[in-house]
Design a protein around this ligand. Sequence first.
Ligand code: HEM
Length: 397
Amino acid sequence: MSVTSATSVYYDPYDRDIYTNPYQVYQRLRDETPLYYNDQHDFYLVSRFDDVERVLADRDTFTSAQGGLIGMMNLPMPPGMFIYEDPPQHTMHRALVARVFTPKRVATIEPMIRDFCARTAESLVGRESFDFMWDFAAEIPMQVIGMLVGIPESDQTRLRDHFHSVMHAGMADPSENEALTTMAADDLFGEYIDWRAEHPSDDLMTQLLNLEFEDETGTTRRLRRDEVLIYLELLAAAGSDTTAQLISWAGKLLGENPGQRREMTEHPELIAGGIEEILRYEPPPYHFCRTAAHDVEIHGQAVPAGSAMVVLPGAANRDDRRFAEPETFDIHRQVGRIFAFGFGPHLCLGANLARLEGRIALEELLRRVPDWTVDMENAVMNPGVATRGWQSLPVVV
Ligand code: HEM
């Protein structure tokens, strides 16, 4: 018997109406069909907090090696793209990047992030309207990745635009997914790698180039150029659109909640907690996916080995089994664990950087532009299914 036969609840990641306002569907999924099966795209889905936590924590049962997004499963991925790896490769590759992508490295670029956010916010002062996504949110993350890895500021808009278009092309239409696998990271980062090899500096790219490690054959060596490229590509792909969506959701939610926005303006120490609530209330990832490594039972139903298992962070983050009054946006909430950054072994490696970017962006913006209203009639949601957020978010000041 199909797990969906007893109920008419329906979820399809490509359905734009659901994407636009998924929260009623999420509630029905949690309450009526905690294990959902979609026969059109052939995936299972969990939406309750405890179930999402269980799937993401249990890497032996739910593997990442077949991919992590619906429409992009079972595509060939180069070794080192560790978001789509299992142990031992995942452990080894993630540890390598974690050796150079440290809290100290993030602290080093913090003044540069603040300076850039201040300049970007300053450019909005005096305007009667602007696009919160394009004139502010989308400007910041790729620039920050550029600072992290050591790419000149003048070249970073090109990087951002490239990744934005590749991510959206790949996510909106699975038939265009090849774009992602053939992503021309070499065009983007290659020339800098060669330049950095000649001109070492105090940045992540130089550190990656100089890193000595023991590979799977037991040989101590440095990373090859193609390996460094993969890591840079992963950081840029994982850290650009997601962080832009976090900042644009801040624009949307604070535009709609002027009282809480004013509190944050008057008491900037509330901004960090506000960012957590934004991540809970409207998490940038729309869905992500695992594959059942063996037969497993969830809510009394069999999930066969090889099945795709989707988790919905946005649904779990509003599960009333976990959160009191989950539909209320409250920057004073003690948020605790949420799934905006995933959970378990693949927990986002850039979570602290993303939180820092979100906090600094809001601190610098609220100081200069403390009031805005979102022009929802002209706002456009982004076309992808990897992240949920805004392509254009016009605001009136
Ligand atoms: C608000 C911004 C961000 C969000 C919402 C976010 C979300 C996520 C999520 C949900 C995962 C786990 C995916 C899975 O389990 O399949 C992940 C992994 C990852 N993220 Fe982020 N991310 C953000 C920013 C960043 C930034 C700024 C960077 C780095 C510059 C980054 C680098 C990574 C990496 C390297 C992984 C792979 C970790 C692994 O597989 O072990 N992310 N991110």
